[in-house]
Every structure is written in C-alpha cells, then in structure tokens.
Write a protein that binds this ligand. Structure first.
Ligand code: PMP
Length: 354
C-alpha cells in the first residue's frame, strides 16, 4: 500500500478471481467458462465493428438493446447492458443499498457480493444456507433489506423455483430483490417473466457462460423501467462507454444465434449428468446442480488436496478456502472428453491413495 492510498479502502479484501494460468495447457474446469467458441454470427458482427474502432461505442447500446428486448420479451427501457454482470451487480449495490436498506445474501454465495458491499461502504448481512446448502426462502420474508440471490446459487449450483422467488418478491414489496441469473440457462427457471408483475425485481444475466463470451465482458440487468433508470444514472455517472463496440456487436450475433446457444446449453446439461453419475460411483457427494458446474466432496480426500493433485496432473478445478466449504470443490462442466479425462484421473488418484 502506498502512503497515498485512502484509508477508506485500506481494509478492503478484494475478490479473488479463479486462476487463469499461462504457464502450461490445462483442462480448465475452474472458472465456469464455456468450453465452446463464441457463435460464428458473433464473430461476423464483431469484425464489422472492428472497422469502426476510431469512434466511441454507442453508450445507449441501441442495436443490442433492441435485439435483447425482442429475445426476452421486454421493452427497451427495461434493459441495461454493462461490462460483464459484475458491473451491473455493483451498480445495484450502489443504487439500492444504504444504511436504511442494508444488503442481504446467503453466507455461501457469489464471493463478490460482500466485496461490492464493502467497497461501497454498505451494511450487509450474510444469511446461512440450510445444511443441504439450499436457500430457506422464509429467511428472506419481510426482511427489510435489499436481497441478492444467485439462482442457481454459486458455488453450489442449487436453484430455487421461480414460484419460490415470487414468494420472496411478494413478501418484500418495499425492497429490491436482485436475482443473479449467471447460470440460469443451464437448467433453472428465469425470473424475467415476472418483471412486468413486480416492480421490485431486478434480474441480472451474463454472456460469459451460456453464450461463450467471458473474455468479451457483457452482462445486463432487466427490470421495471424505473429501476433501470436508476441504474442508468449510476452508469452515466461512472463510465457511459462501458461496453466496447466489438463486444456490443458480438452480443447481437450471440443473441441471434439461438440454435447454437440452445445446443451448447443442452450439451452442458448432458455432460453434467454424466459427470455427476460417474463421480457418485467413485464415492463423491454431488449437489443437485442446475448450473454449468457441480459442487463435490469425497470422504477420503480433502478439497485442497484434490485441487492440488489435479493441478499437478494438468486439470484445474476451483477450491474455495472458506472454512464451511473447504472440503468441497467446484468443477466446471466442459466438453465430454475433458470430463472423461477428469473422471479417469480422479479414479487413478483414489486408487493410488488406497
Ligand atoms: N454472478 C455469478 C454468480 C458469477 O459466478 C459470476 C462469474 N464470476 C458473475 C456473476 C459475473 O460474471 P461476469 O462479470 O463475467 O458477467
């Protein structure tokens, strides 16, 4: 820390992103990226935008918003695009939380939520999950706080049903409920259809997972026009050109290529079922995941040890050091051949240990 660094950030404990090593080739199952390339249509659209890089990007994201409004059945003023969904999540903390509206989220959830609260100097509570790692919706009834729920949750992959989230919305009419649907396309129910019924609902989605665009950084918020207007105020007070032209264009292509998107999501769901079954045969407990990752534990090998042993063998998975889940690992679902290699390697490892 330099002597110039403001005291207000001195105690900040930043988010630790998953490793992105460049030293060797790994089978990368640690940061929930898509194993598939971005759609050809996205590449075509982005290449055309490349020709116009001398100009600022469109701060209104006109073409992208129009396409997304059609795809999601929303009005254009019910959408706001951002630089990854991390950005809109941060905007939501800034816009909808303060001393009178503390943030509330599960104690085991996306690790960025407490960091967003901290950097914005906002009060927050972390609500324990049930023993089976599911969310008890009644914990959020009449809570008087701004609620952040990842659905499916991360790192567990467990999803609430739309009807359960609706109960939370009904029981908190005076508070914003943010549903982070980063992984929804892999098997959970989106809350976007509830937007016209509940003015306190903000749904957040990303192009990083199901649309293979993690490196392009594109996410969005969908909600009542007034909520979106509030978030726009934050965007235009920080960085109006928050999305670059190529990403914006690629996003349009990715949305138009519905067939490719659906095919990829369905392959991931099949590979998730395969991996779950094989790992259970090897003695793992595996959460019932609706996401593009699974959360696993083995009685004979610790989470950290499994992570390190696999890394040495060229496979990266995610180990989170939080004590309550340190026996677990989060494994991203990749291509079938990669999951087969993973299973084979784990089997050998367990045999060696015996
Ligand atoms: N929400 C959740 C639950 C996530 O796991 C992630 C990915 N780390 C994000 C949001 C942010 O994704 P991105 O900024 O790439 O859209």
């Amino acid at each position: 820390m330099s002597r110039f660094f403001s005291d207000k950030y001195a105690y900040l404990d930043p988010y630790t992103p998953g490793e992105q090593p460049r030293d060797r080739r790994y089978i990368k199952l640690n940061t929930n990226e898509s194993p598939f390339p971005v759609s050809d249509l996205a590449v075509q659209e982005a290449s055309a935008a490349f020709e116009r890089l001398n100009l600022y990007s469109d701060p209104e994201c006109t073409g992208l918003v129009k396409t997304a409004a059609e795809v999601f059945g929303l009005a254009e003023n019910e959408l706001l695009f951002t630089n990854g969904s991390d950005e809109i999540l941060n905007f939501a903390f800034m816009a909808f939380c303060d001393d009178l509206h503390p943030a509330a989220f599960p104690d085991i959830a996306y690790g960025f939520y407490p960091v967003f609260a901290e950097i914005n100097n906002l009060p927050y509570v972390e609500i324990p999950l049930k023993e089976d790692f599911s969310v008890d919706i009644t914990d959020y009834f009449d809570i008087g706080k701004t609620i952040f729920l990842a659905n499916p949750n991360a790192p567990t992959g467990i999803a609430l049903k739309r009807a359960e989230i609706e109960q939370i919305l009904i029981r908190n009419p005076e508070n914003v409920v943010v549903i982070d649907e980063a992984y929804v396309d892999f098997g959970a129910e989106s809350c976007i259809p509830l937007i016209h019924e509940y003015d306190n609902l903000l749904v957040v989605q990303t192009f990083s997972k199901s649309r293979s665009m993690a490196g392009a950084r594109l996410g969005f918020g969908a909600g009542n026009a007034e909520l979106i207007r509030d978030l726009r105020k934050i965007k235009y007070s920080t960085n109006p050109y928050n999305i670059n032209s190529m990403t914006m264009a690629a996003g349009i292509g990715a949305l138009k290529d519905r067939e490719y998107f659906e095919k990829n999501c369905s392959i991931i769901a099949d590979n998730r079922a395969y991996t779950t079954e094989k790992l259970k045969e090897l003695g793992f407990s595996v959460t019932d995941s609706s996401a593009n990752f699974i959360f696993v534990r083995h009685p004979d090998i610790g989470g950290k040890e499994l992570y390190l042993e696999l890394k040495e063998r060229g496979i990266l998975i995610r180990h989170l050091s939080k004590p309550e889940i340190s026996d677990y690992n989060r494994i991203t679902i990749g291509k079938l051949e990669d999951m087969e290699t993973l299973i084979r390697t784990i089997k050998e490892l367990l045999e060696e240990k015996r």
